[in-house]
Design a protein around this ligand. Sequence first.
Ligand code: NAP
Length: 246
Amino acid sequence: MTGITHKVVAITGASSGIGEATARLLAERGAAVVLGARREDRLDALARDIRDRGGRAVACAVDVTRREDLHRLVDRAVAEFGRLDVLVGNAGISKIGPVADLDVDGWSAMIDVNVRGVLHGVAAALPVFRRQGRGHLVTTLSTAGLKITPTMAVYAGTKNAVRTVVEGLRQESTDGVLRTTSISPGYVSTELADSIDDPVLRGAVRENMAEFAIRPEAVARAIAFAVEQPDDVEIGEITIRPTVQD
Ligand SMILES: NC(=O)c1ccc[n+]([C@@H]2O[C@H](COP(=O)([O-])OP(=O)(O)OC[C@H]3O[C@@H](n4cnc5c(N)ncnc54)[C@H](OP(=O)(O)O)[C@@H]3O)[C@@H](O)[C@H]2O)c1
């Protein structure tokens, strides 16, 4: 299968930012999208809007920290549209701060959403991909994992944990069934700063976003590029950042 038309794509973190932009773009280009996140009202409104524009979309309330919710998301895709071609493990939170602040609760929350959440998606989607004989796992990582900077150590660690798992999974899956793509965005203008508890850091990230962040649609186009490749072409890693980001 080549292209995006007729593919069935489940997206976590679809209620805003990169996930929402990805859902809109892929639906516009003919995919059926299954939207997962916790804010059901946002998902319902997005699904309605996509359908009003002639697309195919359903909403599914999902908390990625709960393993069973990812199974429901994948089951919903199969029930509604017959299969699952792509899982975009995109849900994420950013509770940044110096390690010395010892924000153990924030660390746990990031591990639960950013790492465990993606693993729950893998656990739910992999059996379906294997049964179908093909499937594509896309994950949203971060340039924070490529250039390590103060206050982002644990957040970067969660992203690099996923980078490692996905690369291992790729090496275990060279029979042609599974494609994996990791997208590492730099500053993107989204609601991500809302999850930062420290008001000073939250303000600084919002300032950076206002000053030079790229639009989430730019990341959506990168995801679409990976998805639209023929089955025998795997786009492994994409780094996409504002041209002016250091
Ligand atoms: N913006 C950036 O500069 C940037 C840069 C690099 C990487 N990223 C990564 O990009 C991804 C998307 O973030 P974004 O920038 O688009 O921010 P965003 O607008 O805040 O979107 C985050 C999404 O994750 C969802 N989410 C959070 N916790 C969840 C949970 N427990 N269960 C299910 N969904 C959950 C949120 O939905 P609900 O609240 O409705 O659940 C929301 O849809 C994240 O993984 C982030 O780390 C962002």
